[in-house]
Design a protein around this ligand. Structure first.
Ligand SMILES: *[C@@H]1O[C@H](CO)[C@@H](O)[C@H](O)[C@H]1NC(C)=O
Ligand SMILES: *[C@@H]1O[C@H](CO)[C@@H](O)[C@H](O)[C@H]1NC(C)=O
Ligand SMILES: *[C@@H]1O[C@H](CO)[C@@H](O)[C@H](O)[C@H]1NC(C)=O
Ligand SMILES: *[C@@H]1O[C@H](CO)[C@@H](O)[C@H](O)[C@H]1NC(C)=O
Ligand SMILES: *[C@@H]1O[C@H](CO)[C@@H](O)[C@H](O)[C@H]1NC(C)=O
Ligand SMILES: *[C@@H]1O[C@H](CO)[C@@H](O)[C@H](O)[C@H]1NC(C)=O
Length: 344
């Protein structure tokens, strides 16, 4: 792409807490990945993560209020979830008590919003925070916590269970936000985001149960085992890969039947042509894309389990990093139950 791609900045006068905290979370998570293989890189990641977090926490302001031109695309509903998310990843990466304190005690009233079942999305990280902290209460039995921290961890875990119960179709508290064929479904634009990310974190939760030998959780008066929860996550993946009445795989390149007009410049414009950013001839073409965006997950079906394979149907046909990445997590978890790394 040769057109201008201007960068926007956040700073102390125009802070963007969501962006700074989400980046801090990503760097902290990455520091865990590289801890063994490249310890000095891991240390560098952690250093920048901690300084970004203190910038995010010290200069609070919503990025989409301070940089309003992003509002038509990715308008944030608030930054308190990103701050908790970053603090909890930093707690996992450093083991520092101050980060646990931040999430479980200091901001328990204002940010944690216990007891509200949430969804996991690019805008809403609270669900991920809950799952990451339930990991601590399931697996870190030897941890030494204050009474308030223990209570906070317990509340996060209870909130996670409420959320999981909301996702399970046979739970007495099952959400009715799902299609007739059983896919969790919240919104028309990029509908798979919610089902994929919910299934991914639910699968992690079921692995924590299994690893900690927790037999079951209670949804109202009904018990669900880790296997029940895993089965639910698999049902969502099955639907996405073609177990649906359209017999369509929403994962591009998987089987013969997948969307052929994915809304994606690299896939719809032949290689090596010079468009000058005016590729409408290819945008309006009725032919299948010349290039197959193998591994992209498109936006997803309507509430009535149908899909219209037109390139201009962006809300269904546009692949997103934030649903494709979560699908990688979901499929990996289905292939291999959680491998418990000793230092994480
Ligand atoms: C701070 O960020 C705002 C918004 O991106 C920008 O307009 C402004 O020039 C920046 N300030 C400095 C001192 O760079
Ligand atoms: C973005 O969200 C803010 C705060 O919730 C709201 O005031 C604004 O109208 C929204 N903008 C758009 C374009 O939806
Ligand atoms: C989904 O898979 C199940 C089990 O393999 C099968 O019985 C069912 O007919 C499939 N449903 C659709 C809509 O493909
Ligand atoms: C979208 O694309 C389809 C198929 O190419 C075409 O029939 C339809 O008119 C287009 N819709 C709009 C709003 O351009
Ligand atoms: C399914 O819902 C979409 C969006 O509401 C609508 O455009 C489409 O016609 C419906 N398809 C069927 C088969 O009912
Ligand atoms: C759907 O959301 C994307 C950003 O996630 C935006 O670019 C697109 O315009 C939206 N489409 C519709 C039809 O709302």
């Amino acid at each position: 792409m040769t057109e201008e791609r201007p960068l926007l900045q956040i700073n102390e006068t125009f802070p963007g807490t969501e962006v700074a905290a989400e980046t801090a979370a990503a760097l902290a998570a990455a520091s865990i990945v590289f801890r063994r293989g490249d310890p000095s890189y891991s240390t560098l990641l952690l250093k920048h993560s901690e300084s970004l977090f203190s910038f995010a926490d010290g200069f609070k302001g919503s990025y989409s209020i301070n940089i309003p031109q992003v509002q038509p695309y990715y308008n944030s509903s608030g930054y308190t979830d990103e701050l908790l998310w970053a603090a909890v990843w930093l707690y996992h990466a450093t083991g520092k008590d101050s980060y646990l304190q931040y999430a479980t005690v200091k901001h328990r009233k204002s940010f944690a919003d216990w007891g509200r079942s949430t969804w996991f999305s690019w805008d809403e990280k609270l669900a991920g925070t809950q799952v990451l902290l339930s990991r601590t209460s399931f697996l870190n039995e030897d941890g030494v916590y204050t009474i308030e921290q223990t209570e906070g961890l317990q509340k996060y875990r209870e909130s996670t269970e409420l959320m999981v119960c909301n996702f399970l179709p046979d739970s007495p508290t099952a959400s009715d936000s799902r299609t007739k064929e059983g896919l969790l479904w919240i919104q028309e634009n990029g509908s798979l985001q919610h089902s994929v990310s919910a299934s991914f974190i639910t699968l992690l939760f079921s692995d924590y149960m299994k690893t900690s030998k927790t037999d079951s959780i209670k949804c109202h008066d009904k018990d669900f085992t880790s296997e029940d929860i895993r089965r639910f996550a698999k049902s969502q993946a099955d639907y996405i890969l073609g177990n649906n009445s359209m017999q369509l795989s929403y994962l591009v390149g998987y089987t013969e039947d997948y969307p052929k007009q994915v809304h994606h410049r690299g896939a719809s414009i032949p290689a090596d042509v010079k468009t000058g950013c005016k590729g409408f001839k290819w945008f309006t073409s009725e032919e299948p894309n010349p290039n197959v965006a193998v591994g992209a997950l498109v936006g997803g079906p309507f509430k009535n389990d149908s899909y219209i394979d037109f390139r201009n149907n962006s809300m269904q046909a546009e692949p997103k990093t934030y649903n494709t990445a979560a699908l990688v997590g979901l499929l990996s978890g289905l292939v291999h139950p959680l491998l418990l790394m000793p230092d994480f």
